[in-house]
Design a protein around this ligand. Structure first.
Ligand code: ITT
Length: 196
């Protein structure tokens, strides 16, 4: 397709860019990383929505190219842990394996294992003006042990509601159809395609 709408994504997580591009493959949109190495947002918001806005605005501020800037702030909210790790999901521990181990050990006594993933997307222009926001959620529960090799982050311990497989046992397409990121981005892409 010609004249794709180019959107700079404010992220340093390569898994997110991979999923975003996969979800957007049938749209006239191309995602790119910020052209500057100075992308270093201070994620001090209190909600996913606020942190997505901070990252999108930072991408717009530091990029020397690009007209539109998108950021994803996402995480896992566990009922038994009063919503933790939530906005701190990426910083809950130092590696993905340790984050999963910490989560499982904090859940040892939990009878209620309900949880959900959240993805907040924020799109801004070069001046930092917010153009559009979307949010997606997917519900499920925390497994007793990790299973599956797909996806990233907490996917091996998140059993998707009504499917009875962990997110890491799904194919890329299956995850992207039902995931928090898949839902939020599909709606964002529909907006982009009609409004930009
Ligand atoms: P950027 O801020 O640079 O975009 P990040 O990974 O630090 O990357 P977040 O602050 O939004 O991003 O934290 C998201 C964390 O939540 C991520 O690192 C995972 O631990 C978890 N997470 C988000 N989406 C997930 C998914 O689809 N599957 C599994 N874990 C996910």
């Amino acid at each position: 397709m010609e004249n794709k709408i180019k959107i700079v994504v404010g992220t340093s997580n390569p898994h997110k860019i991979k999923e975003l591009n996969e979800i957007a493959k049938d749209y006239n949109v191309e995602f790119m990383l910020p052209s500057s190495e100075n992308f270093d947002p201070v994620e001090n918001g209190e909600t996913f929505e606020q942190n997505a806005e901070i990252k999108a605005k930072e991408a717009a501020r530091v990029s020397s190219t690009g007209e539109f800037f998108l950021a994803d702030d996402s995480g896992l909210c566990v009922n038994f842990l009063n919503g933790a790790p939530g906005i701190h999901s990426a910083r809950y521990e130092t590696t993905p394996e340790k984050r999963i181990q910490k989560l499982l050990s904090n859940m040892e006594k939990a009878e209620n294992r309900e949880a959900h993933f959240v993805c907040a997307l924020c799109l801004v222009d070069k001046s930092g003006k917010i153009l559009h926001r979307e949010e997606g959620k997917v519900y499920g529960k925390i497994a007793l042990e990790p299973k599956g090799k797909g996806g990233f982050g907490y996917d091996p311990v998140f059993i998707v509601k009504n499917i009875n497989k962990t997110m890491a046992e799904l194919t890329e397409d299956e995850k992207n159809t039902l995931s928090h990121r898949g839902q939020a981005l599909s709606n964002m892409l529909k907006w982009v395609q009609t409004k930009l």
